[in-house]
Each structure stands twice: as structure tokens, then as C-alpha cells.
Design a protein around this ligand. Structure first.
Ligand SMILES: [Zn+2]
Length: 160
């Protein structure tokens, strides 16, 4: 059965207080305006997910530019008073990804928050809510609560 929390219009209606931030190099202006109004809690992709972003949404930024861009925007959102937490996309079928790669994606994202944003994240939402025992173990070791299905919007719903 389809989960009620996956139904699009309900998320549009009830999810404005929480956002998954994935395509910021496209949605930057509209999403910043959205935050000014709603001060949503943000589950944020980090530079380590650059390849996912490039192939899913596209971006004109190089990996290095994307890193600096996210750092600048997330620091702005932090300053605006938004609660920033982790969003990490592994792959649709985690068994196809090595444990090293899973660990790297989660750990590098966590370290980006610590080092560049001076934020110790407390929560993680896995992309598509897909994770496995190994990746959940890494998250728990870092003290991260794994957040399951919830109402939210996507930043890319706001693009021009
Ligand atoms: Zn996502």
C-alpha cells in the first residue's frame, strides 16, 4: 500500500516546514525566499553527493565550485535560523555499493557539516529512505537519528 506520506499534494499542503535540499544550484533564489517565509528545517545534500546531483538535476558548477556554493548557502540558511540536518543519497540498491563507498558518503557529509558549517548534525534522512544495516550502523556510530518517512517539500518543487 502506498504510504500517505508519499502523496504529493499532501506534502505540498503539509510539508512546507521541512525541506529536502537537493538542487540548490538551480533553486537557490526561490528556495531562499521560501526559507525567509517558512524557516523550514532543511535536510541538506552535501558536496559528497555531487555526482548524484549532476546526473539527476544537472549543474553548471564544477565539484569544487559546488562545494563552495553549498558552504556559502548553508551558512546563510544557518544564519537565518534554519535547522540544518543531513540528507545523503546512497544508491537505489545499496548492495551494489561497497561498504567503503557508503561510509565515505556518510562520513564526508557529516564532516562537511562539522568543518565548514560548525554544525554537529543529529539527524539523517537517507535518499529515497533507502539504507541498509551497514549504512545505518555508520549513522548510529556518529550519533545520528535515522529519520523515516515524513511530510516535506523538495527544493526542486520551487524551481522556475
Ligand atoms: Zn533526496
Amino acid at each position: 500500500m502506498r504510504n500517505i506520506k508519499d502523496i504529493g499534494f499532501l506534502n505540498h499542503l503539509l510539508g512546507k516546514g521541512t525541506a529536502h535540499v537537493e538542487a540548490l544550484s538551480i533553486t537557490e533564489k526561490k528556495f531562499t525566499k521560501h526559507l525567509e517565509k517558512y524557516h523550514s528545517k532543511c535536510y541538506c545534500l552535501c558536496p559528497e553527493n555531487y555526482e548524484y546531483v549532476r546526473f539527476t538535476f544537472g549543474t553548471k558548477l564544477s565539484k569544487k565550485e559546488y562545494y563552495e556554493f553549498l558552504k556559502e548557502k548553508y551558512l546563510l540558511f544557518k544564519k537565518m535560523g534554519c535547522d540544518l540536518q543531513l540528507h545523503v543519497h546512497l544508491v537505489r540498491y545499496p548492495q551494489t555499493l561497497s561498504n567503503n563507498e557508503k561510509e565515505k558518503l556518510i562520513l564526508e557529509s557529516y564532516n562537511f557539516f562539522k568543518k565548514e558549517l560548525s554544525i554537529t548534525p543529529k539527524e539523517i534522512v537517507f535518499g529515497w529512505y533507502i539504507s541498509d544495516d551497514f549504512s545505518e550502523g555508520i549513522a548510529k556510530k556518529l550519533g545520528l537519528k535515522i529519520i523515516k518517512r515524513h511530510f516535506h517539500i523538495y527544493d526542486f518543487w520551487l524551481k522556475d
